[in-house]
Design a protein around this ligand. Structure first.
Ligand code: ZN
Length: 276
């Protein structure tokens, strides 16, 4: 299992930038970084994609995924055009730096749509996007553990991605998995090859479905059933990248270096404990 860092973890730390994250991730032994859309856009104000590609060529750290193409489903015509434009940008970045995946999240507050209708439309949209990005690039659907998210449980997301298209899979974010009571039996019944990303974090002991991302904790400091999720992932043969992803204001108070160092320590010890 490789170690990944999602840029949300240190996003508001003083001195944070894509380059600062990359340098600290290299220093503390991460294998991969998930690049945020806002961070790469900021980077490109003063640098070029060639410089970014060169940096990755000369370091151990590699780009894992673009995080996040937001609200891919249930959009109107203007919304679908926005998605097309962002995907064009993602493809340009990905081709330049050798990044092979984009993570996408579903829309929120889609009123009066049944789960079947939502699934059907999401399959269509992902087929369209899958053709657009081409076989070389993967699309990972990240269900969000909030009551008003259109795809908010692992089982629903899996139903959408299992349909066809080899380059479409699912992200298992442990906070989201916990928050809307996704079922371990659904995860155990999945094909490990369809799990494209594994986001690691924990959650405060608050009523289910009530937590915002700011209630995320370092892994094993909260109430997420990590033993259950990790053993299910092992059972189905998942062996990818375990990526820390936090959004906690207290962690943004840390110095940038302390934040990334701590993130590396907790991710490494988590992976050692559960995956050996
Ligand atoms: Zn996530």
């Amino acid at each position: 299992m490789k170690l990944g860092f999602n840029e949300a973890t240190a996003l508001e730390c003083k001195g944070q930038s894509l380059l600062a994250d990359m340098e600290m991730c290299e220093k503390y032994g991460f294998d991969y970084i998930e690049i945020r859309f806002d961070c790469v856009r900021e980077y490109l104000k003063e640098h070029t994609l060639e410089e970014l590609a060169d940096w990755f060529k000369n370091h151990h750290l590699k780009p894992w995924a673009y995080n996040t193409l937001i609200f891919f489903n249930q959009r109107d015509e203007a919304g679908e055009k926005e998605i097309d434009e962002e995907v064009d940008f993602i493809l340009e970045v990905s081709k330049a730096i050798g990044m092979k995946m984009l993570i996408t999240v579903p829309s929120f507050d889609v009123k009066d749509k049944t789960v079947s209708e939502i699934k059907e439309e999401a399959v269509e949209r992902l087929r369209y996007l899958s053709d657009k990005v081409g076989k070389d690039m993967k699309i990972s659907l990240e269900f969000c553990g909030a009551p008003n998210c259109s795809i908010n449980q692992f089982g629903t997301a899996y139903d959408v991605v299992k349909a066809d298209r080899e380059n479409v899979g699912v992200t298992v974010d442990t906070f989201h998995f916990h928050e809307m009571c996704s079922k371990l039996e659904d995860l155990r019944a999945a094909d490990g090859k369809k799990i494209f990303a594994y986001h690691l974090n924990d959650c405060e002991d608050l009523p289910l479905g009530s937590c915002g991302d700011d209630k995320r904790l370092w892994p094993e400091e909260g109430v997420v059933d990590h033993a259950g999720i990790a053993s299910a992932l092992k059972e189905i043969g998942f062996d990818g990248v375990c990526t820390i992803e936090e959004f906690r204001p207290e962690y943004y108070e840390m110095s940038h270096e302390e934040n990334v160092k701590k993130a590396a320590e907790v991710t490494r010890s988590f992976v050692q404990k559960y995956f050996g």
